[in-house]
Design a protein around this ligand. Structure first.
Ligand SMILES: [Zn+2]
Ligand SMILES: [Zn+2]
Length: 137
C-alpha cells in the first residue's frame, strides 16, 4: 500500500496503448488556445442607475460597476461582458469576498431576480464604500 506520486495524466494513459489520442474531427479543427475565455472585456463609461454618478471608462480594469456606490447592473448573461441578459435589474454590492486586501471581489446581487456575481474591485472604487461593506459582514 504505497502511494505513488503520479499525475492525473499518467493515469489517463493506461488505456491508450495505440498511439496518440484521436480527437473527433469537430474538435481537431478548433484551435485549443483561447477557448477558455470566461469574460468579455468591456470598458465603457456609464451613468449609474443607483446614485447617478457618471462613471468614465476604467483606468486599468474593466468597468462593470459604479466606482462611487459600487452598484452594477444585470446586463450580462452567463459570461461577464456578453451583454446577453435582458433583466437589466440594479445589482448593488452586497458583500466583499477574498483574503488578500489588494485582490478582493465584490459580490453583486440583482434586485430584480436575485442573480449574484463576483466582480473584481477596481483601482478607483470608493474605498469607504468597500470598507462599509466589509464591516457589514
Ligand atoms: Zn453609483
Ligand atoms: Zn436580474
Amino acid at each position: 500500500m504505497r502511494q505513488a506520486p503520479t499525475f492525473d495524466r499518467q493515469g489517463d494513459q493506461t488505456g491508450a496503448a495505440d498511439g496518440p489520442i484521436r480527437l473527433p474531427r469537430s474538435l481537431r479543427q478548433q484551435p485549443i488556445t483561447q477557448q477558455r475565455k470566461n469574460f468579455i472585456p468591456r470598458n465603457e463609461g456609464f451613468v449609474c442607475d443607483r446614485c447617478g454618478f457618471s462613471a468614465p471608462p476604467a483606468q486599468a480594469t474593466f468597468r462593470n460597476h459604479c466606482p462611487v456606490c459600487l452598484a452594477s447592473k444585470h446586463v450580462d448573461g452567463p459570461t461577464p461582458g456578453d451583454r446577453n441578459e435582458e433583466c437589466g435589474g440594479l445589482m448593488p454590492a452586497i458583500t466583499v469576498e477574498g483574503v488578500d486586501p489588494d485582490a478582493l471581489d465584490l459580490v453583486h446581487r440583482c434586485d430584480e431576480c436575485g442573480f449574484t456575481r463576483r466582480n473584481k474591485i477596481a483601482s478607483d472604487d470608493n474605498r469607504e464604500a468597500i470598507v462599509t461593506l466589509m464591516k457589514q459582514k
